[in-house]
Write a protein that binds this ligand. Structure first.
Ligand code: 1CP
Length: 343
């Protein structure tokens, strides 16, 4: 098999596959004991800047689960740190920004990302593509709304109130911020593609906080620009956000090849909301994995059956693997999907 014949890349391109490909958002990281051991005494952002650790952590779930794609180990805030923003990833919390960005002067200090800012990304992607062989590596970046939310709120937020206050109250500052963050996200993806990533996912995780009208006016123009620019690079583009049932048609309008769907919308309904010729990714509720196996199997059957309506399907969870998930269940799930869909 060659890389281009891999079930994951074929499903993204809506070509027939030998089995439905599987990978899991957040497959690397806290749910794996081998990850926790490797990370002992190493801060998250330091791990993200060490090619040896990036390669090992990216490979861990591939070895353990036999997933059909690897996702690059990094974080959506890595490019922001790389351009000099004072931020940290606090254990048990997430990204925390020392000085939240809330005015034009602060926005204007956000500079562009250069490949030389992230040499460890280039080095690690290069090493990984060698090690992965015909298994694709997915590169990723945070979407502009989600990055903006961390920068404006100063950390994780439930209501995104400062973000919306700026979006509604100072549209010019918002536009400047979104332009700069979109360029940073695009350049972070370009670095990964140039080094050998064979697909990319834009995680605009928190856009589900917006109404369709606000998303269309204040986010869609920027994500559309990112996908348009990526179109020249000829790698499948995946777009995902949580709680986006009401936004799926707009996420699709932005122009990705694949739309990631969370667990709230069955895939046969999601098909009707995306543009024709769009593949779907998803969408087992990650909390299902805590139920007895018979329930996991039944719910997985429901996802696979619903996915028959889709033009191309990549099996995934509806959001990231929860940190206390039993890895043995994920391992069994990969085998189950492969067996059930073998053609
Ligand atoms: O110490 C640790 O282990 C920190 C936990 C951790 C890990 C393992 C964080 C902090 N980030 C990561 C890695 C990571 N982040 C990956 C690679 C691993 C993989 O997928 O296999 C990826 C793709 C991300 C992307 C990411 N970071 C997103 C988008 C995906 C999603 O889950 O929606 C978001 C929103 C973040 C921010 C972030 N970083 C870390 C945390 C705990 C969070 C979320 C905080 C919050 O709830 O707002």
């Amino acid at each position: 098999m060659t890389l281009q014949d891999s079930p994951f890349l074929r499903a993204c391109k809506r070509l027939p596959v030998s089995h439905t490909p599987v990978w899991f958002m957040r497959q690397a990281g806290r749910s794996l004991p081998e990850y926790r051991k490797l990370r002992e005494g190493v801060a998250m952002l330091d791990a993200c800047a060490r090619p040896d650790m990036i390669v090992e952590i990216t490979m861990q779930p591939v070895r353990r689960y036999g997933v059909d794609a690897a996702i690059f180990f990094s974080d959506i805030v890595v490019p922001l740190k790389a351009i000099g923003i004072d931020l940290d990833i606090k254990p048990g919390v997430g990204p925390v920004v020392a000085e939240p960005i809330r005015d034009l002067a602060a926005v204007n200090r956000l500079r562009a990302l250069e490949p030389d800012d992230v040499p460890y990304v280039t080095a690690a992607v290069g090493a990984l593509t060698g090690e992965l062989g015909d298994r694709p590596l997915i590169g990723f970046a945070g979407g502009p709304f989600t990055l903006a939310s961390y920068l404006i709120e100063g950390g994780p937020s439930k209501n995104h109130e400062h973000t919306k206050a700026l979006m509604y109250g100072e549209p010019d500052v918002w536009a400047e911020l979104m332009q700069r963050l979109s360029a940073i996200a695009l350049d972070f993806l370009r670095v990964q593609i140039a080094a050998g990533a064979s697909a990319v996912q834009l995680f605009d995780s928190w856009v589900g906080a917006l109404s369709a009208e606000d998303y269309r006016a204040s986010v869609l123009p920027y994500t559309s620009w990112i996908f348009e620019q990526l179109g020249e690079l000829d790698v499948p583009r995946i777009h995902f956000g949580v709680g986006t049932g009401e936004l799926l048609s707009l996420l699709s309008e932005a122009g990705p090849d694949v739309v990631g769907v969370d667990w709230r919308v069955p895939l046969d309904k999601a098909v009707q909301r995306v543009q024709p010729g769009t593949a779907l990714q998803g969408n087992l509720d990650p909390a299902t994995l805590f139920a007895p196996w018979s329930v996991v199997a039944e719910r997985t059957d429901a996802v696979l059956s619903s996915a028959k309506a889709a033009d191309g399907h990549v099996f995934n969870l509806g959001h990231g693997v929860l940190p206390t998930t039993d890895p043995a269940v994920l391992e069994r799930l990969v085998d189950y999907v492969h067996e059930k869909t073998a053609r």
